[in-house]
Design a protein around this ligand. Sequence first.
Ligand SMILES: *[C@@H]1O[C@H](CO)[C@@H](O)[C@H](O)[C@H]1NC(C)=O
Ligand SMILES: *[C@@H]1O[C@H](CO)[C@@H](O)[C@H](O)[C@H]1NC(C)=O
Ligand SMILES: *[C@@H]1O[C@H](CO)[C@@H](O)[C@H](O)[C@H]1NC(C)=O
Ligand SMILES: *[C@@H]1O[C@H](CO)[C@@H](O)[C@H](O)[C@H]1NC(C)=O
Ligand SMILES: *[C@@H]1O[C@H](CO)[C@@H](O)[C@H](O)[C@H]1NC(C)=O
Ligand SMILES: *[C@@H]1O[C@H](CO)[C@@H](O)[C@H](O)[C@H]1NC(C)=O
Ligand SMILES: *[C@@H]1O[C@H](CO)[C@@H](O)[C@H](O)[C@H]1NC(C)=O
Ligand SMILES: *[C@@H]1O[C@H](CO)[C@@H](O)[C@H](O)[C@H]1NC(C)=O
Ligand SMILES: *[C@@H]1O[C@H](CO)[C@@H](O)[C@H](O)[C@H]1NC(C)=O
Length: 640
Amino acid sequence: MVSMRFLSFLSATTLTLAVATATVTTSDGTTSSHKIYPRQQKEAHNATEKPWRPLPWGKVNFIHTTDTHGWLDGHANVPSWGGDWGDLVSFVKHMQDKAFQKKVDLLLVDSGDFHDGGGLSDSTSPKGAVSDSIFENIDYDLVTVGNHGVRTGEEALNIHRNLSRIYGERFLTSNMDVRVDGKLEAIGNRYRAFQTRNGLRIVAFGVTTEDSLRDKTNTEWYSAEQMFGEKWFEEAMKVEADLYVIVGHAPTYSPCLDLKQDNPLVCLRDRIRNSTTKPIQIFGGHAHHRNFTCYDETSSGIESGKYGDTVGWVALADVPSPTWTGTKDALPNPKPENNCTATATYRLDRRYLDWNRLTFAYHTVGLEADNVSVPATFDTPLGRKVTDDISKARHQLNLTYYLGCAKEDYCYNCKGVGEDGNIYEVLKDALSDVVVNKERATVPRVVWANEGTIRDNIYQGPFYLGDAYAIVPFPNTFEYIPNMPCACFEKMVKKLDLNATVSCPSGQDCPSVDDAPATHLELRSLREDKNASPGYTTHDGLGDDGDDTLHSKINETEAYTKLFWSNAGFPNPPQYPPSFDVVFTSYVGTKLLKALKGTPYTDKDVKPYLPSEYTSREVLPDYAARHWKKDINECPIRQP
Ligand SMILES: *[C@@H]1O[C@H](CO)[C@@H](O)[C@H](O)[C@H]1NC(C)=O
Ligand SMILES: *[C@@H]1O[C@H](CO)[C@@H](O)[C@H](O)[C@H]1NC(C)=O
Ligand SMILES: *[C@@H]1O[C@H](CO)[C@@H](O)[C@H](O)[C@H]1NC(C)=O
Ligand SMILES: *[C@@H]1O[C@H](CO)[C@@H](O)[C@H](O)[C@H]1NC(C)=O
Ligand SMILES: *[C@@H]1O[C@H](CO)[C@@H](O)[C@H](O)[C@H]1NC(C)=O
Ligand SMILES: *[C@@H]1O[C@H](CO)[C@@H](O)[C@H](O)[C@H]1NC(C)=O
Ligand SMILES: *[C@@H]1O[C@H](CO)[C@@H](O)[C@H](O)[C@H]1NC(C)=O
Ligand SMILES: *[C@@H]1O[C@H](CO)[C@@H](O)[C@H](O)[C@H]1NC(C)=O
Ligand SMILES: *[C@@H]1O[C@H](CO)[C@@H](O)[C@H](O)[C@H]1NC(C)=O
């Protein structure tokens, strides 16, 4: 057991919080910070759609989270994902009690990426100062670090010194180091060999995908080949195990063809399989999808969504173990009946749970027939406290500041380019409206950003500062090249292969130039309920029955082009002016400069456009505050 690190931020002076503590004086004269909300965040809506059947339980079961990216406060405008971390805490406690009664094992696993997303994680310095202490209330058995955790040495060091210490030997980083006082050290533990409550012998590893944006000076990544050459790895492979568990911040489906650079998760599976036929269970992530991949009869891997929208469930029925002290009886129904190969005797199953209280209560304390109210017995004291801590933190960090009403859904893949309801069209409007250098306000300009600027949809309903931060989490500064002739701009756009036309005044010329177009993952769907709200309709390696609650299919259109710009200060779109300011986020700067090779423009021509405090994170809040209707009482969410 870890000793829980309770929130101390109310008195912390070392943290750079955006606002001071908001304390109120209660009627009895004592000072308290807020009222206790015994449920999800009070802005969140109750789910009305429940699971369609109970969970299968095997002898060894897993609860899996991944890519939370600081979204521990739930999705207020999406009833299916309205639960917060406190609700998960209560759920886990009930599930642990169930496992105990059934004399089976339940292990908790997270595959990393704790930050770079929600305002809760990103509005403090260091990132996660508040959200990590909330996260720690789940007593994970296995955790690993994501690529968003090693992009700066400072963040990696924070994780090494804080989160990793809390979880101790259960925080696994088999292939990731951080520089500490000049020397590289593993961020966590290399591997973990342990026995479960019921005596099952497990050897576990934790690996992370490589990231081109990793801080190469202060962190180090090791390929599968390098890992396999280590003494600790040799030692780990000598330990007697009934089951190998790999927690990986990497997708489960990309193959391992080259040990020097391919997905370390799948390479590690292949390596273990080369030396033993024992079962291997993988918990992946990074892809922000629900998925399940079968490698062979006894090895498979799950990916469990993103941003606190999904809780993954894996149940294994037949892991042979001479040391097993748990139930010897046949498993009661429902039990895992699926398998990875048609002739297999090794049975397993998986589920993807929608992250809401109704789902959590359905699987634990039960609901009365057709009644979608969560019984009071669901909330545990710790769960309530965590929910309350989140609520306090949101207020302190100003994340509950109301910006305006989103009158419809704005999404990144359900509406076409140029259509109303496409979130990039909103961002383009916002970029041209709020990214203005006062001294150059009269100079026509284009403002560039990229597809990855946006990390989630805007859902119809009240729009808070926390939502804005979560949708555009990356603080990129704005830079520019002044007065670029249209012909050079046109040349750059052509080079970028964006399928866009720029029509310049005739007679202009610019002094010659390669790049890759966007690709896009496809989500197939089969099992769905056309009358239900839009949501995940997952097709995975075991079929189409993995989703715990049925949804209607989300209409997916093509992804937005990787790079785009919006025009300001000149009529849009016909004729471009002879010259204009080319403004861009610092993130896309290198790509634009590459495309400008062969023109007179180099990095020396790039200047700051706005003060460095004003970043891409500020664009949506400013825009919404300026343009969206204020009346919160006339701001319904979309009904399922
Ligand atoms: C959600 O359900 C709770 C009871 O579980 C109730 O107190 C609350 O008012 C409901 N919220 C909304 C927005 O309907
Ligand atoms: C560890 O966490 C504390 C509290 O959030 C923070 O003040 C400290 O800077 C962190 N340590 C590192 C090395 O970042
Ligand atoms: C596994 O064994 C096969 C056959 O010997 C070999 O080609 C492959 O490289 C091995 N893979 C790993 C990850 O060790
Ligand atoms: C799911 O995994 C399969 C392989 O098992 C892969 O082909 C597919 O692209 C994955 N789907 C998504 C949405 O990631
Ligand atoms: C494995 O699963 C397939 C598909 O669900 C099923 O047809 C088959 O009977 C199963 N095999 C065993 C041995 O249970
Ligand atoms: C529905 O369930 C809630 C909570 O368990 C209970 O308080 C309520 O009385 C039930 N409503 C009906 C109509 O049975
Ligand atoms: C909260 O954020 C809004 C919008 O950025 C700002 O106007 C307001 O002053 C902030 N409040 C506090 C207390 O910092
Ligand atoms: C290029 O854009 C045109 C018009 O916007 C569109 O019809 C066409 O399908 C696009 N081509 C590609 C390859 O995206
Ligand atoms: C999805 O597309 C279909 C057919 O184009 C349309 O009828 C339906 O309203 C769309 N659903 C949503 C949620 O946009």
